[in-house]
Design a protein around this ligand. Structure first.
Ligand SMILES: [Zn+2]
Length: 324
């Protein structure tokens, strides 16, 4: 006679369920992004229906103090610029008046123990909105690399702990690593957007940083959502180029990719990036009463961890932990 297995005793009460859980969440797993603008006392929603915010350096400092109280000790900084500061060569990316540069210095001075990560891409600063230098309608990969390297060095000099190349230019990690090492910044680590798909879920983010491309789209350099094996090749290339942390972006629709890489390299430090469209889907559904926000968000975060991510980049970290 066949007997059936009994699983209910693993689930019978909260303490037993906790004891048998394979993953858990801690504020230390979380990285909070900041969108920084010029000026002071700025803390504004990017639009009435999108709960993402722009911060000036002073308001960012206040927010960081709150994050540290919650136990979140990693932040990822993005710059946002007005049209008049944008040009074809993204000159403003390395301007001493760039809010990211000013923020790194101010944050390090006020909160020396926080880990500062900075986005390295030129699309917030290019007049055409692309992540690479453009000639006609073409993206010039190799001409973009020195600019990314210069931007990374600029952030390292200001005090960044990690630089985070997101342009999806081939060779970007190597170019940045060499530039940092050459200037004695071997201690500055690289958290690479190793896997970045050309996704429709970035919509609200593009509005946040005013960086929609003026022509074409990013499909010539971001990954094709139909491909999985290429993701492993992109990951291996970043390992060879000496990246320290590997981001999969977006996360919800690419859990198979996270899992695949985790199976391939269990020791690699993987980071799931919950992008703005994914975040907004959950919030919009909760607003409509379709979902319980915190239950749904917790389930999603657990899925990231279960798939192999150790770190999670999300716009929701500070809200989530403050309501815990
Ligand atoms: Zn970009």
């Amino acid at each position: 006679m066949i007997s059936f297995k009994k699983f209910h005793h693993f689930r019978k009460d909260p303490a037993t369920r906790d004891k048998n859980s394979e993953v858990s969440l801690s504020p230390k797993d979380f990285i909070q992004p900041f969108f920084l603008v010029e000026g002071s006392e700025i803390y504004r929603k990017i639009s009435s229906d999108c709960p993402l915010f722009h911060f000036s350096v002073d308001t960012a400092l206040k927010e960081i103090e709150k994050l540290l109280h919650l136990g979140i000790d990693k932040i990822l900084l993005f710059g946002v610029t007005e049209k008049e500061f944008k040009d074809e060569q993204a000159t403003y990316a390395t301007s001493p008046s760039n809010p990211v540069y000013l923020a790194i210095k101010a944050i390090k001075k006020n909160f020396p123990n926080i880990t500062i990560m900075t986005d390295i891409c030129i699309c917030p600063y290019t007049s055409h909105g692309h992540c690479g230098i453009v000639e006609g309608q073409k993206i010039l990969n190799d001409k973009t690399l020195p600019i990314l390297a210069k931007m990374a060095l600029f952030h390292a000099e200001a005090g960044a702990d990690y630089v985070s190349p997101s342009a999806m230019m081939d060779g970007q990690v190597l170019a940045i690593r060499q530039e940092l090492d050459k200037h004695k910044f071997s201690n500055v680590k690289i958290m690479s957007y190793s896997i970045k798909y050309a996704s429709s879920f970035y919509g609200p983010f593009r509005d946040t940083i005013n960086s929609s491309p003026s022509f074409g789209d990013r499909r010539t350099y971001q990954m094709d959502p139909r491909n999985a094996s290429q993701a492993l090749d992109e990951f291996r290339a970043d390992v060879e180029e000496k990246a320290d942390v590997f981001i999969v972006k977006p996360a919800h629709t690419y859990l198979d990719i996270l899992y695949k890489i985790h199976q391939h390299s269990p020791k690699a430090l993987l980071c799931a990036y919950q992008v703005s469209g994914e975040y907004m889907m959950l919030h919009a559904s909760a607003q409509q009463g379709y979902l319980d926000l915190n239950q749904a968000v917790t389930e999603v975060f657990h899925a990231f961890k279960r798939s192999g991510a150790q770190w999670i980049i999300t716009y929701d970290g500070s809200r989530y932990w403050s309501e815990k």
